[in-house]
Structures are given as structure tokens and as C-alpha cells.
Design a protein. Structure first.
Length: 346
């Protein structure tokens, strides 16, 4: 396989991952999501009806109904990265004298990550049920802006507790609803936000650690072989000094799977680190993604996330009705509030 073909496969794969992760990481109405919807709406009238119906059914099945596809995809990607790491990076790094302790750290992170992933997928996010409704409705007061007393969920046929939302995918109301995450096939709510934040952190740690070990390996190869100061013979038979571009191309062709994995890990690291920081800022101010999303839609009568019109975002992460101070806000993530504590609120 020549360099251009390999590079083309690489770019297409990474771009596909970007689209999938951005659109379905949880917030459906990101700028990318809106553009995606626009493109689909533009081209769908030209597609045959059977193709449109097949596409709509597939999208509905994949993203609007609970299913484990993204959990399998998630495990498959992790399996591929760890197989490559164990199969090639580990052995080469040993030859470059990297210590065993450093090389075993990714396995420790993987064990921790799988525990958190399991907890994210399996723990109840805080489903509002008839049996618990009387207490659930007393946990948070209504702010009168985003949440109003007496609002009914027509599907669950229950008065919505403040900060709750009905998840269309899971078909249930969830306390302190944050978002529905397809990657864990579960809602993120009052009872599992702590696992979700730690899970994001564990993915960043895994991706970052393996990326650093891989970079260290490739730098060692470049230094030990003296690639930066070598020469090559071009098509005209002239000797040319190797530059950065030549070294990158050489590494790509010599270690295609390792360089491929490194690019993917760097992408995952920066994407999820940004996503984690976004959630951390929300947690520090005691907001949820759902509240952030709803608050941004407020402004003038035309301001609505779906219309694409927004005159002035009214969301301030440091101020808010439920903000009780940084430490108490963070504590609330790890020890969800109980109704008995209601009087202490504010
Ligand atoms: Zn509901
Ligand atoms: Zn859900």
C-alpha cells in the first residue's frame, strides 16, 4: 500500500470518528450537528424513497432507541488500541530501554477505566418513579426560569421534579438530567454524573499515557537512527538532506499502525479533555448540560437552538440559581442531594 492510499484511509477514518464523536457525544445540537442536519435535509429529496426510509430507520434505531452498538464500538476501539500497544509498542519500547513500570501503567488505567465504564453503563442515573416521586420532587426547588412547578411529563404522567427531563431515548424522566450518552447507552443524571466525569478522565489518562509512550518510542527511533541528519537520493539521483516531512513519511511507512494509533489517540485526548473541561466548568457552577443548552436558547423570541438564531447567550457558568459555592457544588456531584437536605439549599 503506498503512502497516499494509507494516508487517505487514515484521514477518512479520523474524520469519520470526529463526526461520530462530536455529533453523538451527547449534545445533539452542536454546530457540527446542525450542519450535518442541514446537509442531510439538502440531499434527502434527491435520494430514492426506499433509501430515505432505510436511512431514517437506521438512524432512529441507532440514535433514538437504546442499543449497545456504541458500547461494542467503544470496546472494539479500545481493544484495537491495546492490541497494537501490546503487540508492537510494548516490545519496541523495551528495546529502547523504557522501564517496565512505565509500560504497565496503561494496563492499570485500563482496569480502572473498565470499572468506571461499567458503572456508567449500569447504574441508574436517577429515574423518576411513581414510588419515589414524592421525595424526588423535594430535592431541588424550582427556579421559575428553566423549571416551573406543576409541569407535567405527559409520558410518565408525573409532575416533573426541578432539574429533571424526560429522556426520549430511554423513555423516562431523570433527576438532575444532564444528557443521554450513546457511548454508555445510558442517561447521565443525579446518580451517575460522578462516574461519567471520572470515566471521561480515565479515557483522557489512557489516551494521553499511551500517546506519550508512543511518541517517546518514535523520537527514540529518530534519534538512534540519526534520521534527521541523514540524506536520501531523489528521483534525479541527487542527494538531499532529510527534513521533518521526510521523517514523518518514513515513520508512517515503517510503523504505519503505530503512527495511525498515535494520531487517533491525540485526537481522542484533545477532544475528550475539552469535553471533560466543559463538564467540569458546569459542575463547578452547579449546572447541567441540559440547563446550559436551555439557558443559551433564552434571549429574544426568535432565540431557539433549532433555529440557529441566538442574539445573546444568557448563560453565565459562574452564576445560577443552584450555585452553592464551588466545594458544595462539587460535593453534590459525588454525594447527590437528598430531600432531607432541601432546607439547607441556598
Ligand atoms: Zn417523563
Ligand atoms: Zn437516556
Amino acid at each position: 500500500m503506498d503512502f497516499l492510499t494509507l494516508f487517505g484511509v487514515y484521514v477518512v477514518t479520523v474524520l469519520t470518528c470526529i463526526v461520530l464523536v462530536c455529533k453523538y457525544a451527547g449534545q445533539e445540537q452542536t454546530a457540527l450537528g446542525r450542519n450535518y442536519t442541514r446537509v442531510i435535509n439538502t440531499f434527502s429529496p434527491y435520494a430514492p424513497s426506499w433509501l430515505r426510509s432505510l436511512f431514517n430507520r437506521a438512524v432512529h434505531r441507532l440514535f433514538h432507541e437504546r442499543n449497545n452498538l456504541f458500547i461494542y464500538l467503544h470496546l472494539l476501539l479500545e481493544g484495537a488500541v491495546y492490541t497494537e500497544y501490546s503487540y508492537e509498542v510494548f516490545g519496541y519500547s523495551r528495546e529502547m530501554d523504557t522501564t517496565l513500570t512505565n509500560l504497565y501503567i496503561p494496563y492499570g488505567l485500563l482496569a480502572l477505566h473498565l470499572c468506571l465504564f461499567y458503572l456508567c453503563c449500569s447504574r441508574d442515573p436517577g429515574t423518576v418513579t411513581k414510588a419515589k416521586h414524592a421525595t424526588q420532587v423535594k430535592v431541588y426547588p424550582y427556579d421559575g426560569e428553566l423549571f416551573h412547578p406543576g409541569e407535567n411529563c405527559p409520558t410518565c404522567n408525573l409532575v416533573k421534579p426541578a432539574r429533571s427531563k424526560h429522556c426520549r431515548v430511554c423513555n423516562r424522566c431523570v433527576q438532575r438530567f444532564d444528557h443521554h450518552c450513546v457511548w454508555v447507552n445510558n442517561c447521565v443524571g443525579a446518580q451517575n454524573t460522578r462516574y461519567f466525569l471520572l470515566y471521561l478522565l480515565s479515557v483522557c489518562a489512557m489516551a494521553g499515557d499511551i500517546a506519550i509512550l508512543t511518541l517517546d518510542l518514535l523520537l527514540n527511533v529518530v534519534v538512534r537512527t540519526g534520521l534527521m541528519h541523514a540524506h536520501y537520493v531523489d528521483a534525479d539521483g541527487q542527494q538531499q538532506p532529510t527534513g521533518f516531512a521526510f521523517v514523518v513519511q518514513h515513520l508512517f511507512l515503517t510503523f504505519p499502525r503505530i503512527v495511525f494509533m498515535l494520531g487517533f489517540l491525540i485526537f481522542v485526548f484533545f477532544l475528550l479533555a475539552g469535553y471533560f473541561l466543559f463538564h467540569l466548568v458546569l459542575a463547578v457552577g452547579n449546572h447541567t448540560s441540559n440547563e446550559w443548552y436551555k439557558a443559551r436558547g433564552r434571549g429574544c423570541q426568535h432565540c431557539h437552538p433549532y433555529s440557529g438564531h441566538r442574539c445573546r447567550p444568557s448563560f453565565n457558568p459562574l452564576r445560577g440559581f443552584y450555585n452553592r459555592g464551588v466545594l458544595k457544588n462539587l460535593r453534590e456531584i459525588f454525594v447527590p442531594l437528598k430531600p432531607l437536605r432541601k432546607k439547607k439549599h441556598k
